[in-house]
Design a protein around this ligand. Structure first.
Ligand SMILES: Cc1cc2nc3c(=O)[nH]c(=O)nc-3n(C[C@H](O)[C@H](O)[C@H](O)COP(=O)(O)OP(=O)(O)OC[C@H]3O[C@@H](n4cnc5c(N)ncnc54)[C@H](O)[C@@H]3O)c2cc1C
Length: 404
């Protein structure tokens, strides 16, 4: 027996209206608490970042970074998904939504938060001693101390197992020497989590940045992530007490565990940069006229907008799915690679397509799209390059290791 189809007017009035900014109705997936976190972070970014970001970007600076960190701490955004020690203990979806909203303002701000919470704090929270946690985490959660995470070296990026930085025992102390490169927050950090070779394998060290022999010269002349502090770390026989080592981990498992956590935030964050660029292009397409009508009325522009919307919202759906798996304790590293590979690659394509819709205006800092596109060039490379995530997935799919 078949049901009578409802009349056309009854069927359409029962449906929620189509929202161009949320075409799949993904808002329905969120709880009230999720929405509250999202809206709080969005308001903060609109108030504190968006009015000034083009200027900061042009100057290649992040002025007031310490104040911004304290405000982010007050929002509960630092170490947001960690528990205890002043951390917010939020769910993975809420942390992801915060990353999305921060990166919709600028990838540099999201990077500040990711490195602080998912790399430096996470390393101490996951692998540190109780004393290390008590000493560092509450002030890092409050944004009073900024942290950085030193894994990459000038000659060893994708292959960190080959790192040269070395910590050797000297009586009860450790003596740490080497160089790290491309370290976010380096020059403004009060504490650095540094990974080094030891006689027992790779270990993590909690290094106060005022230790004699430690310096962090800033890297300038970047054309991406310009509103973010990036530095070299130079360690020239830095003497550390025996309890500076993270006691709970040995080997690459340590840094890779932290990177998984940070990459998860990028799965969401990259969709923020994509959303901001898509929305700029959509608004522009409806108002910019050529050949006597809005460019959004041309089929080619509509095809671009449709494809951008499809990839944007598929990406958000994927991020939400991974968030639910993380909350359920079922998220595998390969699944994070899946998300980072897809979402950053699609985000950069969305930004580049948005750029074309804005024509010449697309290259101007008056609009956000070129800034987001160039930022995403870094996001494409850090936390594992596209190729590394292809190799992770390739290995998981075939069972064959093609890394070397
Ligand atoms: C703005 C910015 C901020 C950063 N912040 C941090 C930070 O806070 N902490 C930190 O530790 N690091 C940080 N990084 C470093 C980042 O993680 C590295 O740049 C990244 O891991 C890649 O290393 P690499 O640049 O040395 O490139 P390489 O490893 O030299 O790779 C160069 C190219 O070769 C490819 N490649 C390498 N090996 C293979 C292979 N086996 N098969 C196929 N292709 C391969 C890569 O995919 C890439 O395309 C940051 C980088 C940037 C740009």
């Amino acid at each position: 027996m078949s049901a009578q189809p409802p009349s056309k007017s009854a069927a359409s009035s029962a449906l929620p209206p189509f929202d161009p900014r949320d075409p799949l109705g993904l808002d329905d997936l969120l709880t009230d608490e999720d929405r509250a976190v999202r809206d709080t972070v969005r308001r903060w970014a609109a108030d504190r970042v968006l009015p000034q970001i083009a200027d900061w970007y042009e100057r290649g600076e992040l002025p007031g970074i310490r104040e911004l960190a304290r405000e982010l701490g007050s929002l509960g955004a630092l170490g947001m998904s960690l528990t205890g020690y002043g951390c917010a203990g939020a769910g993975a979806v809420q942390y992801g939504l915060a990353c999305l909203e921060l990166e919709a303002a600028d990838s540099g701000i999201r990077s500040l938060v990711s490195v602080q919470g998912s790399l430096a704090m996470y390393a101490i929270w996951r692998f540190g001693s109780e004393e290390q946690k008590q000493q560092w985490l509450p002030r890092m959660a409050a944004g009073e101390i900024i942290g950085c995470f030193g894994l990459t070296e000038p000659d060893h990026g994708s292959d960190p197992a080959a790192m040269r930085t070395y910590a050797k025992r000297d009586g009860g102390d450790w003596v740490l020497s080497g160089r790290k490169m491309w370290i976010t927050n380096g020059s403004v950090a009060g504490v650095a989590v540094v990974w080094a070779q030891t006689d027992d394998g790779i270990r993590g060290f909690v290094v106060p940045t005022d230790s004699p022999g430690f310096s962090a010269p800033e890297i300038t002349h970047k054309w991406s992530l310009r509103a973010s502090v990036t530095s070299e770390l130079v360690m020239d026989e830095v003497r550390l007490p025996a309890d500076a080592v993270l006691p709970e981990v040995t080997g690459l498992r340590g840094p890779l565990g932290c990177l998984s956590h940070a990459r998860y935030g990028i799965v969401w964050g990259s969709m923020g940069a994509a959303r901001a660029s898509f929305e700029a292009a959509l608004d522009y397409a409806k108002t910019r006229e050529q050949f006597g009508k809005p460019i959004g009325g041309f089929q080619l522009t509509q095809a671009k907008l449709a494809d951008m919307a499809v990839e944007l919202h598929k990406g958000i759906l994927l991020a939400h799915h991974l968030g639910q798996r993380m909350d359920a304790g079922r998220l595998r590293p390969e699944q994070i690679s899946f998300g980072k590979l897809n979402n950053v690659r699609e985000a950069i394509e969305i930004c580049r397509t948005a750029r074309t819709i804005l024509g010449a205006n697309g290259i101007s800092l008056e609009y956000p799209v070129m800034r987001h596109a160039t930022n995403l060039e870094s996001v494409l490379t850090y936390e594992g390059t596209v190729e590394m995530h292809q190799l992770v997935l390739g290995k998981a799919l075939t069972g064959l290791d093609a890394f070397r």
